[in-house]
Design a protein around this ligand. Structure first.
Ligand SMILES: Cc1cc2nc3c(=O)[nH]c(=O)nc-3n(C[C@H](O)[C@H](O)[C@H](O)COP(=O)(O)O)c2cc1C
Length: 269
């Protein structure tokens, strides 16, 4: 899978063909998710494929998706997880890895917001589990002209997102170039997030890249997605780094992090 090519192309797909997807492709995507190395040691998740998309669509109509705008697709995939530290970040990481794989195989996906988790649990017959991530999946519908003209959503620039040594101190591109890490952020900035809010900032300090996230619980899925992108971007650049979860008031003070954000992890390069 060519990560660089995929992240430049991939977009959320909201119009799907009604035809079912070849089960072999689905198996490949699910195996890919199962074999993706978690960012949490010994993380236990399960991946559920929902074959009958039209039934689930009817059940969740008005109850899932942004403000109840459920997306109609031939199939859906849900992740459920045991509760352990950083289980939400881990689910975001694994689900996004499956989305990239799906794109690589010519399929489209859309993350779906789950506000009424109980309804989803009932519909999926997963009452005892905690559902952490949910997507629609299928072949993209390209319209009568068979050409996809919808643009990719915009993203903030690298210098708006990456700070040097302290919050607010923009890291200029020359500085990042000297360290050979400009491309890491070029690809990382393409990560999707809830509402495209991009609730992340980075602080580069010596050999570490700190990830600061908006504090809400719901942003933990976004954090996991970003962690996948930075991980993959650095591997593509030949840099083998590692994410370490670390949170402390001392770190937030040291880097002048505003109240709405907190450092959640760092990447050592
Ligand atoms: C956790 C999460 C939940 C999302 N929920 C929805 C949703 O319910 N409906 C929807 O249309 N898009 C949803 N999205 C897709 C984002 O709006 C989309 O990724 C973002 O706007 C960037 O656009 P792009 O993926 O086309 O680059 C969600 C994305 C994430 C990461």
């Amino acid at each position: 899978m060519n990560f660089v090519k995929i992240v430049e192309e991939i977009r959320t797909i909201r119009d799907f063909k009604k035809s079912p997807v070849d089960q072999k492709l689905i198996d490949e995507i699910i195996d890919f998710g199962k074999n993706t190395r978690s960012i949490v040691p010994d993380a236990e998740i399960s991946i559920k494929f929902i074959e009958n998309g039209s039934k689930l669509y009817k059940e969740l109509y008005g109850k899932a998706g942004y403000y109840g705008q459920m997306i109609e697709a031939p199939h859906y995939i849900a992740i459920s997880s045991k509760l352990y530290p950083n289980y939400l970040e881990n689910s975001g990481y694994i689900m996004e890895a499956m989305r990239l794989k799906a794109w690589d195989l010519g399929l489209g996906t859309a993350w779906l917001d789950v506000e009424e988790e109980e309804t989803l649990k009932d519909a999926l017959d997963m009452k005892e589990e905690v559902i952490t991530a949910f997507i629609a999946i299928g072949e993209p519908y390209k319209g009568l002209f068979k050409k996809d003209l919808s643009p990719k959503s915009t993203r903030m620039g690298i210098t708006d997102m990456v700070y040097h040594k302290t919050w607010g101190e923009e890291a200029d591109i020359e500085f990042l170039d000297e360290r050979g890490i400009t491309n890491l952020f070029y690809y990382a900035k393409l990560a999707p997030s809830w509402g495209n809010i991009q609730p992340w900032r980075f602080i580069v300090d010596d050999g570490k890249i700190y990830l600061a996230m908006e504090k809400e619980e719901s942003k933990k899925i976004d954090a996991g997605i970003m962690m996948l992108y930075l991980d993959q971007a650095s591997h593509a650049e030949g840099i083998i780094g590692k994410w370490i979860f670390e949170k402390s008031e001392k770190l937030n003070e040291k880097y002048n992090i505003p109240d709405e954000y907190e450092i959640v992890a760092y990447y050592s390069v």
